[in-house]
Design a protein around this ligand. Structure first.
Ligand SMILES: NC(=O)c1ccc[n+]([C@@H]2O[C@H](COP(=O)([O-])OP(=O)(O)OC[C@H]3O[C@@H](n4cnc5c(N)ncnc54)[C@H](OP(=O)(O)O)[C@@H]3O)[C@@H](O)[C@H]2O)c1
Length: 489
C-alpha cells in the first residue's frame, strides 16, 4: 500500500476486463452504468452496486458501507448520451473505472480484513457481504481513498464536470513532474495549478525524502503526489496504476549541488542518470510521452564564452559528468525528449521553502549585514529567471500536446546576460541601494570550494529564442522581481 491513500489491493484478472465492444456501448443512465458494472459479476464494484441497490436494509446497518462513496464509473456521469464508463475507460483503464472510492482510511481497511497469516478474512467486510448474497468477491480490486488522495477528488471533479467536447483535450494532458518538491519543481507545479481553470490537466508529481508539506499541497489541490526513488524506480508502479502513461514527464529530480556530487559520485550518477525513469517510460506500449529533462550549463568546460548546443561537452566535475551521461542516456533511449541545459536558476522562494540557499536571497542577506564581501570576477554564467524556465517547459508541453510531432531537442536555457558572480552581487546591491564598495572582486582560483567549477559557461541562447519565441528577461530585471516578491511575501 502506497501513501496518500492509494490502495493497490491488486489487479483484475485479464478475463474480467471489458472487451473492445463493451467500451463502445452507449449507456444512457446511471442505472445502465450500474447494469454494465454488474456484468463484471464477481468484482468488488458489482457486489457493491448490487448491495447498494438490492440489499439496502442489509447494508444500511453497517457503518463501513457509509464510507463507500461509490464506484469511479458512477461518480462522474456526464450530461449527454455518453457514460463516463465508456469514454474514460480507454483513458483510465477499466480497472480504475471499477475502483471503489472510500472517504477514509478506516473505510478502506473495513473493506478487506486479514488474518494473522496475511490471508484475506472472507467472512468480514466486502468479502463477507459478498458471500451473504451469493456473490463472493473474486480477484483483487482497486480502492481509492479520498481522505488523503486529494487529487483523486480533483480527478473526479474534472471527470464529473467535463462535457464530451472538452473531454478529449483534458484527458490528453497528463503531466508528471519528477522532483516536484524541489526549487524548479514547485514553481512548475504552481504554474500548472494556476492554469487549471483555463487549461485543465491531470497533474502528478514525485518527491523522494521529504513528503510534500501542507502549504504546497494546499496550493496545488489537484496534484497527485507519489513517493519515487529514481535510483531504484521504487514508486513508479504506483504512478502507472493511478495515472497511467503520462503525456509529459518533466524530470527536475537531481543531486543538484556540485559539491555534494563530488563527495558522493555514486549517488550523483545513480540519481542524475534517469535509468529507472526511462525504463519505466519504455514499459508503456505507445511512444507518446515527451520527456523534458533538466541538464546544466556545467556540461561545458568553461574555457570560452557563449557556448552553443553543438559545442563539445567537457565537464570538469562529477555533477557535470553525471549530467552529460544522463543526456546521452536520454538521447539513446527516448523517442521524444527535450534536454534543457539550464544556467543558474534564480527567482522567488517556493511555496514551501527549499532547504538550500537561493542565490539572490543569499546575496541580499549577506550584503544587508553591511560587511565587506568577496565575489569572483572571473566566473561567468547566464542566470535564468525561474519563471522564464517554467515558460520554456510549459511551451514545450503545450506544443507536444497540441501537435504531437516527434521532438528531439537540446536547448541552452539561460538569461540574456553574461555576468560574473561579482556582477551578480553588484546588481543585487544596486537594486537594494547597498554600498557597492563593500563588494570586492577576487579570483575564483583564490578559494578552494571542494569542487572544480568551470570558469566561463555563458551560453548562446539564440536557438531557444528562435525555436520557442521566448526572450528571457534581463538579469537586472529578474533581480528586481525576485526582491519585490520577497518583500511582498
Ligand atoms: N538550481 C539551479 O540553479 C540549477 C542550475 C542548473 C541546472 N539545474 C538542474 O535543474 C533541475 C532542478 O533543479 P532544482 O534546483 O529545482 O533541484 P532541487 O531543488 O535540488 O530538487 C531536487 C529534487 O529531486 C528530488 N530527488 C533527490 N533525490 C532523488 C531520488 N533519489 N529520487 C527521486 N527524486 C529525488 C528531491 O526530492 P526530495 O527533496 O524529496 O529528496 C527534489 O524534489 C536539476 O536537474 C538540476 O540539476 C538546476
Amino acid at each position: 500500500m502506497a501513501e496518500f491513500g492509494y490502495f493497490a489491493l491488486g489487479k483484475y484478472h485479464t478475463e474480467d476486463r471489458a472487451t473492445e465492444n463493451e467500451n463502445h456501448v452507449h449507456v444512457k443512465s446511471e442505472e445502465e452504468t450500474i447494469e454494465h458494472i454488474l456484468k463484471h459479476e464477481k468484482s468488488a464494484a458489482a457486489i457493491l452496486c448490487q448491495l447498494k441497490t438490492q440489499h439496502v436494509d442489509q447494508v444500511s446497518n453497517l457503518q463501513w458501507t457509509k464510507d463507500v462513496v461509490g464506484i469511479v464509473a458512477t461518480l462522474g456521469k456526464v450530461d449527454d448520451d455518453r457514460s463516463i464508463l465508456q469514454l474514460p475507460s480507454a483513458y483510465l483503464g477499466l480497472e480504475t473505472m471499477l475502483a471503489v472510492v472510500c472517504k477514509t482510511h478506516e473505510g478502506v481497511k473495513a473493506l478487506e480484513a486479514y488474518d494473522k497469516h496475511g490471508s484475506i478474512n472472507r467472512s468480514s467486510g466486502l468479502h463477507g457481504l459478498g458471500y451473504s448474497i451469493g456473490r463472493p468477491v473474486e480477484g483483487p480490486f482497486l480502492v481509492f481513498c479520498l481522505q488523503s488522495l486529494r487529487s483523486l477528488t480533483g480527478l473526479c471533479s474534472i471527470l464529473s464536470s467535463c462535457g464530451q467536447g472538452k473531454y478529449r483535450e483534458m484527458c490528453e494532458k497528463r503531466v508528471l513532474i519528477v522532483g516536484g518538491t524541489g526549487y524548479l519543481g514547485q514553481h512548475l507545479l504552481q504554474s500548472f495549478a494556476e492554469i487549471q481553470q483555463t487549461s485543465p490537466c491531470t497533474l502528478a508529481f514525485t518527491y523522494h525524502t521529504t513528503p510534500p508539506p501542507q502549504p504546497l499541497l494546499r496550493a496545488i489541490p489537484h496534484a497527485v503526489p507519489f513517493q519515487v526513488d529514481l535510483c531504484t524506480g521504487d514508486g513508479l508502479h504506483a504512478v502507472t496504476q493511478t495515472l497511467g502513461q503520462p503525456d509529459v514527464v518533466v524530470n527536475c529530480a537531481a543531486l543538484s549541488v556540485p559539491r555534494a556530487c563530488e563527495m558522493d559520485p555514486a549517488a550523483a550518477m545513480s540519481i542524475n542518470i534517469p535509468t529507472a525513469l526511462i525504463k519505466w517510460l519504455s514499459s508503456f506500449s505507445g511512444k507518446n510521452t515527451l520527456l523534458i529533462h533538466l541538464s546544466t550549463d556545467q556540461v561545458y568546460e568553461g574555457i570560452k564564452s557563449f557556448y552553443k548546443e553543438e559545442d563539445e561537452t567537457v565537464p570538469v566535475n562529477v555533477y557535470g559528468k553525471s549530467k552529460v551521461t544522463a543526456e546521452q542516456f536520454v538521447c539513446a533511449n527516448c523517442s521524444n525528449f527535450a534536454i534543457l541545459r539550464s544556467s543558474i536558476i534564480y527567482g522567488p522562494q517556493t511555496i514551501s521553502p527549499v532547504p538550500k540557499s537561493l542565490p539572490i536571497q543569499w546575496m541580499d542577506s549577506v550584503l544587508a549585514k553591511g560587511e565587506p564581501l568577496d565575489f569572483f570576477h572571473d566566473e561567468f554564467r547566464c542566470p535564468v529567471y525561474v519563471k522564464d524556465l517554467v515558460t520554456v517547459i510549459r511551451t514545450l508541453t503545450d506544443r507536444w500536446i497540441a501537435e504531437g510531432n516527434q521532438m528531439q531537442l537540446l536547448l541552452n536555457v539561460g538569461g540574456p546576460d553574461r555576468v560574473s558572480r561579482f556582477q551578480m552581487a553588484e546588481a543585487v546591491a544596486h537594486a537594494r541601494n547597498y554600498n557597492t564598495s563593500l563588494i570586492t572582486p577576487v579570483s575564483a582560483s583564490s578559494v578552494d570550494r571542494g569542487v572544480k567549477s568551470p570558469a566561463d559557461i555563458s551560453m548562446d541562447i539564440t536557438k531557444l529564442i528562435q525555436m520557442l519565441h521566448i526572450s528571457p528577461i534581463s538579469y537586472a530585471k529578474g533581480v528586481r522581481l525576485t526582491l519585490d516578491a520577497e518583500a511582498s511575501s
